[in-house]
Write a protein that binds this ligand. Sequence first.
Ligand code: BTN
Length: 318
Amino acid sequence: MSKTKTEILSLLMEGNYLSGARLAEELNVSRTAVWKNIQKLKSDGYNIEAVTNKGYRLLEPPGRINETLLAGTVQKSDLFEELIFKKTIDSTQNHAFRILDRYDGNIVIVSGQQTAGRGRFKREWLSPEDTGLYMSLVLRPNVTNQEMIVFNLFMSLAISSAIRESTGLKSGIKWPNDIFINDKKVCGFLTEVISADNIVDTIVCGIGININPSPVTGSLGTATSIAGELGREFDVNHFTEVLFDKIEYYYDKFLHASFSSIKEDWLCQAIIFNRELTITTVKEKLRGKALDITDEGYLVILDGDQNIHKVISADIEI
Ligand code: BTN
């Protein structure tokens, strides 16, 4: 997609009327180029009104993922070589596994809706249209299985930091794979890997973020959404830009630095400390308090009988 088209779209996303002359001046292109790109955006499906003496205005709802803007974001990224966008799909995670052999590098699959979204522990991930951001990242880390343990710590900090930065809301990390706002889940992610001979060749990380309240009930039950917490519409397209920046930054740290380099920031955003937790691991269910997270990524739990447990993965209720 042309640079001018993306730039016009970014400016129109601010929601104001912008005249052809103003756009031309701001982007240092001719008014004819502006007009041509507006026509291209319209034929891409954008609802742009043109009002005499006022200019152009985008009528797209800010909660809807905009494929052109997203493509621009991915093009700018140094991490991803390809975006696959689907209006609707069974699950971006399933699709990632179906197509990953066709690419050597990192790719991202995004869908506006999922008909069979899936979460951790084989749970269903409800994914109605225009309600959430549903995406799967396919990454090629070439790290050992041991090094892979801390991946979710980097990813959770990336997502929570993106939410904090673009909303001003105090999101928090519920170890290992959830992001909460005001003690309600706003995001969950799922990390699946392909590994051989102790080397992780491919990560497929599926991220689901609730952007808008449920179109049917107006709420998401015990969960929440970013727009719901903000009490106003939320521009998912701008958010995606911030999210990709954070993912790029923290994925690079994951590859080249140790968890200790981000541990302090992670602890500042974690919401599992200083409270009673119910922890369900594959082996047992225990009640206790989280004491620490080790540099290797193990959560240290003190149970009611004063026994210490180190857990690598679990389902936690707070
Ligand atoms: C969880 O909290 O259990 C993790 C939820 C992960 C949901 C995302 S949405 C995009 C990707 N596709 C899926 O089918 N699942 C993940």
